[in-house]
Design a protein around this ligand. Sequence first.
Ligand code: PBG
Length: 311
Amino acid sequence: MSVPELIRIVSRDSPMALAQVERVRAELAVLHPGVRTEVVPVKTTGDKWMGDLSQVEGKGAFTKEVDAALLAGEADLAVHCVKDIPADRPLPAGTTFAAFLKRDDIRDALIHPGGLTLDELPAGTRIGTSSVRRVAQLAATHPHLECVPFRGNANRRLEKLAAGEADALLLAVAGLERIGRPDVISEVLSPEVMMPPIGAGILALQCREGDTELIDAISGLGDPDTYREATAERMFLHVLQGHCNSPIAGYARVDRSGELSLRACVFTPDGKTRLNAHEWAGRLDPATLGTSVAVALLRQGAREIIDGIPH
Ligand SMILES: NCc1[nH]cc(CCC(=O)O)c1CC(=O)O
């Protein structure tokens, strides 16, 4: 197999995103010793705009500029958190997923400077999060806690926490591990307590469709189980046509026997209504499982909940 002499890797320029690129470079070096790689850092709208993301085209806010660099030929390979890639629309024309890396931890973590757990936090504790998914679930299970809008990359949020702008944070375990800060975690929340977002913990490698030499060269970085989980989850979100303000959560899992399942929820923003669905693929392919779970939630009224939220 021929390998491109140089692979330019484009990504957001946050510390977490650049740490993700270093993981890709390290895995590429093992797969193809001697391959030359360069980093093309870009600042995205989501990195620049600290207001409500629904005012700047939602989740595409973390991917648009990265995709543009790929399509303009300024880079050859884009690294995205699948969680940040809009699923209510196809990938930008002319690009494709070349691989999904082995999935990291999908759970959220509580960061409390005093080391308290979620259940130990006193009434009125200010939780810094702008995630409608996190706010809706906390409203349902811990209504005595107060969510305060909080934006910025993980490092910036930790700085703002230290500056007293909130009393605690919710952040992804995967993100904290990538920036080398698992030390700040006071509790890892089980998916039963805090259902993760679609695509949690998954890194996607995206290329130009015609770049077959590169696609072949990096396909070996892909993890088959993560591909099945990502495919089921993204189809689920696509069928629901969720958006950045949709309180949607869920995760697919390939168990030890190779069986694929998908568990998902849709909440009202106040957390008072929660629709649930959990199905196994059996002989179905991952995309069909994702579709089936989305239809199960639509039958329970998910459309009215999602469409009732401005975006
Ligand atoms: N744009 C925020 C973002 N995108 C992906 C992750 C976490 C890592 C992942 O799920 O891959 C995070 C940080 C967070 O939610 O705490």
